[in-house]
Ligand binder design. Sequence first.
Ligand SMILES: [Zn+2]
Length: 99
Amino acid sequence: MTMDDATLDDADAAPDDADAALDGNAIAGLLASVFGTDMTMAVGTCGSCGAVSVVAELAVYRPGLGTVVRCRSCQSVLMVFVSVRGTTCVDLMGLASMS
Ligand SMILES: [Zn+2]
């Protein structure tokens, strides 16, 4: 892989950690700004395998262009957050439900 897509957001991460999974707590602030409330204890259901997990325990990747949240059971992408010109675009397509 290349690091061409690295951004200032990666300043505190070593290059080799780019593929390391964080957890949902790492994006608590992002989620709160998008949803207007603390979502870390919200329960999401994977649309692919049906695994149920609180957001705080999901696998979170920040490749630089945005934030990707994956199911820990099947690695399906559950949520994608991309900031474009100050607006955060949210894709929850991979979630069967969230409550
Ligand atoms: Zn899954």
